[in-house]
Design a binder for this molecule. Sequence first.
Ligand code: HEC
Length: 333
Amino acid sequence: MACPGGVSWGGMRCAVLGGGQVRRPRAGCFGPVFSRDVFTTNVMNGRFFSRAYRIAINVFWGVIPLSGHALELHRDKASPYDLALKGRLEGMAIDDVRYLRWSELRSLPTTKIRVDGEFVPGEQEVTIVMLDDVLTKLPRSSDADAIISFCNDGYASIYTTEFMAERRPFIVLEINGEGPEKWPPPGMKFNPGPYVISVADQFSPGVSKIQDAGHKRPWGVDTLEFINYRERFARLYSGALDTPVESVKSGRDIWINSCFSCHNVPQENLGGIKAARPIQILAMHATYNPDFFRTYVRNPTKINPMAKMEPHPHYSDSQLEFLIAFLKLTATP
Ligand code: HEC
């Protein structure tokens, strides 16, 4: 059995939906399956040891002295498996990009976990490094408090400090001992490389059940942007959106956790570009044709048989109203 939720990471879901589907076959079950068998390759990363260590990380996020950084930032991209970094890192200008090598990430303390049916059919061993173990080795600016990950197909995900502390996302470095140079592994129908970020119940119980958990499990990740959340997202919190109205706030939360992955705010280049439908278009639908909007979000193919957007049948009526309340105000100065 691959996935209790019926959503498998492998090519299966993708194949069911057809080649043109934009839905990314995201990790469906770094959930219960992951809780089976963990062993660590490095004592430093032992989960007992790391409890106190991790609390220290959370406390010191943003104020870690430069001397503690072990990872070198390269100016040149040397391979397709380099991870690009931009944004708020010490000494970097706004449009600078630096690169981390896969081999350097692999030299950090890693954990190996055994999972069933995650990437390829059957049992497999996955080598991971915790995302915050990577971040603490980097010269983040003191006001960097979140990262946005970008994928090679224009998909984006947001990870705030709070999310990272509570949900403990990690980066997948190897599948059955093979890194991205050898991906896709035999039996997998698409290439998840160069990097996959994911979350698992064994590190954060219940995380596989949070709303739209798939957005925290992107594959094809090639870039991390370090941001100050309030500053980067200011447009979605200012003007008419600077309001205590709960429905608007809830709608914004859903937007940032979910729609943001594919729909962009072009003025700020904020969010993924996969959908090629910026927020203004969605705001127009929400404002002038809310019935269309509700139907499209829940079940796009009902309106457009060729729709590539993933359906959101799990959204409640009130969640759709929250999204509408939020989107309407994005059009108001
Ligand atoms: C995985 C990517 C993805 C996510 C996540 C996503 N969308 Fe979309 N969306 C698309 C794509 C692609 C289109 C273009 C039409 C199509 O192929 O379905 C689209 C189109 C739409 C449209 C129709 C616009 C038009 O004029 O065609 C609406 C409305 C919409 N999205 C709303 C949302 C909302 C609200 C959310 C968050 C709950 C969301 N989308 C999340 C990919 C996505």
